[in-house]
Design a protein around this ligand. Structure first.
Ligand code: ADP
Ligand code: MG
Length: 686
């Protein structure tokens, strides 16, 4: 057995537990030692028995002079022991652990760590951590900083600790250093053997901190390197035909002049950057990042038009049917006058919409012959083959998995890839996550946009708020979204039920208006009808689960009211409020929460004054940690083991170091091996 051996291939208990261990991400013995504790229990204060004080957390060492099981009247059982050292004797008590007297016998030398209590005026140690001391062996579970690991059913932290201790005893010497020595030295980092030892069994909090520092460095350094390698790999691909730009200046100019608006400065810049990529023989791999409403669709449309002019097909993939339908509408309206044929394909069979039909694929194996295909993940279907796919656009790319992004790309010969996202992402996260991509930012909003006035409404003002909404809708002839209480991450029947209930309640409140309900379980054709009626102002209020989060564009809607706001990340709330404020009327966002928690209230109130998505994402990062910035079920996020996305300095430093070493990477085979062993979940999108 060596560190690369899968636990399932080992004997006995490991084999038996392989399934459970996999739940913790432990597949090999190496994974075991890279399974880090999330905190330490400090049991390092060792005390003589006569010195212990009530309330103290201490470790005592001594001989078992008595130990037994005791059954009480109420069918409970206790384990009672007496421990003595050269200064005295102390009673110990456990509850419902009848196996303890089998592990510790009278006469054994033991070490116990736990809290000293006063019971009937006598000192006792209650439910301590315990272990028998064999000859000269050190202690693992007591008398030191004891690592605490995340557990899973059937696998305790104590068990994990014992295994790691054993594995380290046997294999620590075989651990190979993969970070080049000069980097360790320059950054004051400890070597891998010490780091592994000290992350699990530190002598004190300082050595634990040294280990944490070393592995935080590793984590970012390796992710950056991985990104750079991938970018470099991508750069070796070549497209089937280089796009010509100069040849179509006139056509593009004409298209721009027919737009109902002028492009913003950053839209122009993004188009320039993209065109530059397209003029190269290596395929573009660019992320277009811009707040909701910043106008990414029109940028993508221009690019798809250029692709068409160059004789290539394009595909635009969006994460929801609603979005796909909306994109189809926008793009076909803009491009049909220029002779571009656009088609829509979604998973729903009951598709009915004027001028649209399911993409005509003809007989199986036949290639699709129109110019632009807009669709949901349905475009990934094996049945869909392109004649000549030159450009792939993925909207809200974070909603797709690595594999889905790969499948769509394979439908062409190294097509250009433009991914888009409105997820406001702190700069630090972007540096790590998107190291392999080129980035274009839409940093300014289209002219005339006003900020969405936002209030956190106290519960006692709810009725007033409903009245206010009613008046606004009547006076401004505008419309409102009401986002239902958020119940579960994935939209299940419970969410739907709650939404229906909320809808019935709201219908009673807003009797003068027409209300409609939208949730994830509604059939696609109905969804489209509901949205169409809302867009055509036949409906005044659209009650919805958070499915409207992504992308939909209804300029006449000026109010969004959000229930259980505390369950969303700030960036997510910002995205939700981006559903309004898309036209030129003043728009409003009303947040509701039942939370009385000060911190929650303050967190939500920050939306009243901060209108910048990235800033809100940073704030979330600080207040709630990285897991929360992205909200519901997102793909492609590297799960940091130990480092923190708020460690800006380290992210920048490791990035520089990674860039510096990259050209000489072949000189460091162990480092390369380590990078290649990073699992897929730690890898950013293409
Ligand atoms: P997002 O970036 O969130 O995808 P959209 O592309 O849906 O934003 O654009 C939001 C709205 O802004 C659309 O109605 C679009 O027509 C409009 N828009 C886009 N660019 C401009 C611009 N430069 N000036 C005015 N309106 C614009
Ligand atoms: Mg969009």
């Amino acid at each position: 057995m060596d560190l690369k051996t899968p636990v399932g291939k080992a004997s006995g208990i490991y084999k038996k537990y392989a399934g459970r261990l996999e739940k913790l991400g432990i597949k090999t013995f190496e994974d075991f030692i890279y399974y880090f504790p999330f905190r330490y229990e400090n049991y390092s204060l060792v005390s003589k028995i006569e010195k212990v004080q009530p309330g103290e957390i201490v470790t005592i060492r001594g001989k078992v002079s008595d130990i037994k099981n005791e059954y009480t009247k109420r069918w409970k059982n206790l384990q009672k022991a007496k421990i003595e050292d050269e200064t005295g004797t102390i009673g110990v008590i456990w509850f419902n652990q009848p196996f303890i007297p089998k592990i510790m016998n009278k006469g054994d030398n033991v070490s116990l760590s736990g809290k000293i209590d006063l019971f009937k005026n006598k000192l006792v140690m209650q439910s301590p951590e315990y272990e028998v001391i064999y000859k000269n062996a050190g202690t693992i579970h007591t008398g030191r900083l004891v690592p605490i690991y995340n557990e899973t059913k059937g696998i305790s932290s104590k068990w994990i600790r014992r295994q790691i201790y054993k594995i380290l005893e046997e294999h620590k010497q075989n651990l190979l250093e993969y970070i080049p020595y000069p980097i360790l030295e320059e950054n004051n980092l400890i070597g891998i053997k010490d780091a592994i030892e000290n992350i699990h069994f530190p002598k004190n909090l300082d050595t634990a901190e040294d280990a944490r520092k070393r592995f935080s460095y590793d984590e970012f350094f390796l992710l950056h390197l991985r990104g750079i390698i991938r970018k470099n790999e991508w750069g070796k691909k070549t497209v089937s035909n280089i796009f010509s730009i100069n040849k179509f200046k006139k056509e593009i100019g004409e298209f721009l002049s027919k737009l109902p608006f002028d492009l913003t400065t950053s839209q122009k810049k993004a188009v320039r950057e993209i065109f530059q990529d397209l003029a190269s023989k290596k395929p573009m791999n660019r992320l277009l990042e811009g707040e909701v409403g910043s106008g990414k669709t029109v940028v993508a449309t221009i690019v798809m038009y250029l692709s068409y002019l160059n004789g290539f097909q394009s595909v635009l993939m969006a994460p929801t049917e609603i979005l796909a339908q909306q994109h189809y509408k926008t793009i076909s309206e803009l491009l049909t006058p220029f002779g571009v044929r656009t088609d829509l394909i979604t998973g729903s069979k009951k598709w009915k919409m004027k001028n649209a039909r399911p993409a005509k694929l003809g007989r199986s194996g036949e290639k699709w012959k129109m110019d632009i295909m807009v669709g949901t993940h349905a475009v990934l279907s094996e049945k869909i083959n392109f004649k000549n796919l030159g450009l792939v656009v993925i909207d809200e790319q974070q909603k797709f998995g690595v594999e889905q992004r790969a499948i769509i790309r394979k439908k062409g010969k190294n097509p250009h890839l433009l991914t888009m996202t409105a997820t406001p992402i702190p700069r630090t996260v972007a540096l790590v996550l998107y190291g392999n991509l080129d980035l274009s930012l839409l940093s300014d909003m289209p002219k005339g946009r006003r900020i969405v006035k936002t209030w956190l409404v106290p519960p006692e003002k709810r009725i007033d708020a409903y009245k206010w909404i009613e008046n606004q809708i009547k006076r401004q002839k505008s419309q409102a979204f009401i986002i239902c209480p958020f119940i579960e991450e994935s939209e299940s029947m419970a969410t739907v039920k709650a939404a229906v209930k909320e809808f019935e309640k709201l219908k009673n409140i807003f009797r003068d208006f027409k209300l409609d309900l939208l949730h994830g379980k509604i059939r696609a054709d109905l969804k489209e009808k509901i949205l169409k009626e809302f867009r055509e102002e036949k409906t005044n209020i659209l009650v919805s689960t958070p499915v409207v989060e992504v992308g939909i564009d209804i300029p006449n809607a000026t109010i969004i009211m959000i229930e259980t706001a505390e369950r969303f990340g700030l960036a997510q709330l910002h995205q939700l409020r981006g559903r309004v404020g898309r036209g030129n009327k003043q728009s409003y966002c009303l947040l509701f929460t039942d939370s009385k928690n000060d911190r929650t209230i303050r967190r939500l109130k920050s939306l009243e004054t901060i209108y910048n998505g990235a800033e809100l994402a940073e704030l979330d990062l600080k207040l709630r940690g990285p897991g929360e910035i992205y909200g519901t079920a997102q793909h492609g996020l590297p799960a940091l083991k130990i480092a923190s996305f708020s460690d800006f300095e380290l992210i920048e430093k490791t990035k520089k170091e990674a860039e510096k070493i990259f050209p000489e990477l072949s000189k460091f085979p162990d480092l390369l091996k380590k990078i290649n062993s990073l699992t897929l979940s730690q890898v950013s999108p293409d």
